[in-house]
Design a protein around this ligand. Structure first.
Ligand code: GLC
Ligand code: CA
Length: 561
């Protein structure tokens, strides 16, 4: 497996522009790297990644060539859902460090031209958040309970939940407060009570939290579960096929008022802050409504993430994303993985290469060599598409999903609440391997406490150190691809134009001399004569493009379609 890097372009880095004068539309083409702090790098040897670890590794991220870092929640949390249960939105989990360190990290990163995006979870708080403690300690009907969804039960003695809503992690979405009390709503775990977005306190609190982080120099927020905030006040049961906007807790129209208000706050800064939504919706038109000019700037393209590694569905996904974003003038995003989904090299090595929470099962066989080859081709495809790109830590190393975590070491409530049917998300959250030939692979120093999730044996070839020395590694491919991407080989606005290609391939041009070819089929694909190879995800075969390989070409302007 050899990557051809015929030309690496310039080594330009993002300039660190002072606030107020910088290019304010940076997010339209940004490469955003998702940092899952707990598994990134552990500086103090307690087996848990921390902010000091990220600060030490900023040069690595700079060299990789990313424009921004998105930090999964770094706030104090009892860890019922690994940090997505937040007890205090204005400070840092002591396992990770202090608020001062976060401010220093934001500033240090900015000094390297790297912006910071923090994760905001507005749908629910931790059951240890002061608001929920107060609500539990107070009586039914009290103002403290109004900030949540407390309701009497049904059944003779209120022993049944208020309605049939199911938690996204399995089981009822309602838990009873005490033996005889009211029930409260939680779309995720019982430790994540849902906020009531018809309550003015909830709005005001979020305005303030946004400003808190924006005032500390963060460039934007990633909005967790962004399509779930607003609930049907009647708490109607889910219908088999509700009309758009009428599902009782997903994608309700009143949500858009929240994001309009947040956009106004974000736009109030000299360098406008950016809103990125986690919007899982199958309907591209409904999805794009979140990206209207006075709402969110971008949202994760999960349709692309979930698409199988096949030319037809991939092309359909790309076309539908571009078509849905154009009317609202929002850039598409290209996402291959995150902390919730199966690692790319594992998924692409399976018989079914698509992703769906509902269908993933433990023990599904995979061919990692094949998956890795496809993931390389997929990475160059994603980098070549117009818009911004997200990279989840470890994706650039080609880390596989770890699937044999002993039951007693598993942390993810998705696994626990499904009774083990869903393999959960721990396997994509394993601490990164940095160096050396055995755990902790430089994640912690030798002799440190056991990592919060064990790293497997056999990752010696996947460390940053090993991959840095190997021109054929996934890391070398990501570095070279991102460097070339930054040199803007498509020039100008570079909108995408499909080129003629067999059914087993995708080919497109951008600008007047750039073309990208992806071959999915077993027969090698002849490439246009007279083109320069800028980069390829694997060896070419005598000038032809083999299966599961992507190539970027520079062609004379008059030769391109
Ligand atoms: C989002 C997060 C996921 C979390 C859930 C509940 O989907 O990405 O990790 O479990 O929201 O907050
Ligand atoms: Ca630590």
């Amino acid at each position: 497996m050899v990557a051809h890097v015929a030309e690496t372009g310039t080594t330009a880095t993002t300039p660190a522009a002072p606030e107020g004068t910088s290019e304010t539309r940076w997010w339209r083409e940004a490469v955003v790297y998702q940092v899952y702090v707990r598994s990134f790098a552990d500086a103090n040897g307690d087996g848990i990644g921390d902010l000091a670890g990220v600060r030490e590794r900023l040069p690595y991220l700079h060299e990789l060539g990313v424009d921004a870092l998105w930090f999964s929640p770094w706030y104090p949390s009892p860890l019922a859902d690994n940090g997505y249960d937040i007890a205090d939105y204005r400070s840092i989990d002591p396992d990770f460090g202090t608020l001062e360190e976060a401010e220093q990290l934001i500033a240090d990163a900015r000094g390297l031209g790297i912006r910071t995006i923090v994760d905001i979870v507005p749908n629910h708080v931790s059951n240890e958040h002061p608001w929920f403690r107060e609500a539990l300690a107070s009586v039914p009907g009290s103002p403290a309970r109004e900030r949540f969804w407390f309701r009497p039960g049904t059944g003779e003695n209120g022993e049944l939940p208020p309605n049939s809503w199911q938690s996204i992690f399995g089981g009822s979405a309602w838990t009873r407060a005490g033996d005889e009390g009211e029930w409260y709503l939680h779309l995720f775990t019982p430790e994540q009570p849902d906020l009531n977005w018809t309550h003015p306190d909830v709005w005001d609190e979020h305005d303030d939290v946004l400003r808190f982080w924006f005032d500390r120099g963060v460039a934007g927020i990633r909005i967790d579960s962004a399509a779930l905030l607003v609930k049907d006040p009647q708490l109607a049961d889910e219908a088999a096929d509700s009309a758009p906007g009428e599902h009782p807790f997903t994608d309700r129209d009143a949500l858009h008022d929240v994001y309009r208000r947040w956009r106004a706050i974000a736009d109030g800064y000299p360098e406008p802050r950016v809103l990125v939504g986690e919007v899982w919706l199958p309907d591209a038109e409904r999805f794009a409504r979140y990206l209207r000019p006075d709402e969110l700037h971008t949202a994760f393209n999960f349709d692309f993430l979930a698409a199988p590694w096949e030319p037809g569905p991939m092309r359909t996904s790309i076309d539908s994303a571009l078509a849905a974003h154009a009317p609202v003038d929002a850039p598409t995003t290209w996402v291959l993985s995150n902390h919730d989904v199966t690692r790319v090299v594992t998924r692409y090595g399976r018989a079914d290469t698509s992703f769906a929470f509902e269908s993933r099962r433990a023990g599904t066989p995979t061919d990692l060599e094949r998956g890795t080859r496809r993931a390389r081709a997929g990475a160059l495809l994603a980098m070549a598409l117009p818009g911004s790109m997200y990279i989840y830590q470890g994706e650039e190393l080609g880390l596989p999903e770890v699937e044999d975590i002993p039951f007693e070491r598993r942390k993810d409530p998705m696994w626990h609440r499904s009774g083990g049917l869903d393999p959960g998300r721990d396997g994509c959250r394993i601490p990164l391997p940095w160096a050396g030939d055995r755990p902790p692979y430089g994640f912690s120093r030798d002799g440190a406490a056991r990592a919060w999730l064990d790293q497997p044996d056999g990752w010696a070839a996947l460390t940053v150190e090993a991959e840095s020395e190997d021109a054929t590694s996934m890391l070398s491919l990501y570095r070279a691809g991102l460097r070339l991407r930054k040199s803007n080989p498509w020039s100008g606005d570079g909108a995408l134009r499909w080129l003629p290609a067999p059914d087993t391939a995708l080919a497109f041009a951008r600008g007047d001399s750039f073309a990208c070819f992806v071959n999915f089929g077993p027969a090698a694909l002849e490439l246009p004569a007279g083109a320069d190879v800028l980069i390829a995800s694997n060896d070419l075969e005598g000038g032809a493009l083999p299966q599961d390989t992507t190539v970027w070409l520079r062609q004379p302007a008059d030769r391109i379609g």
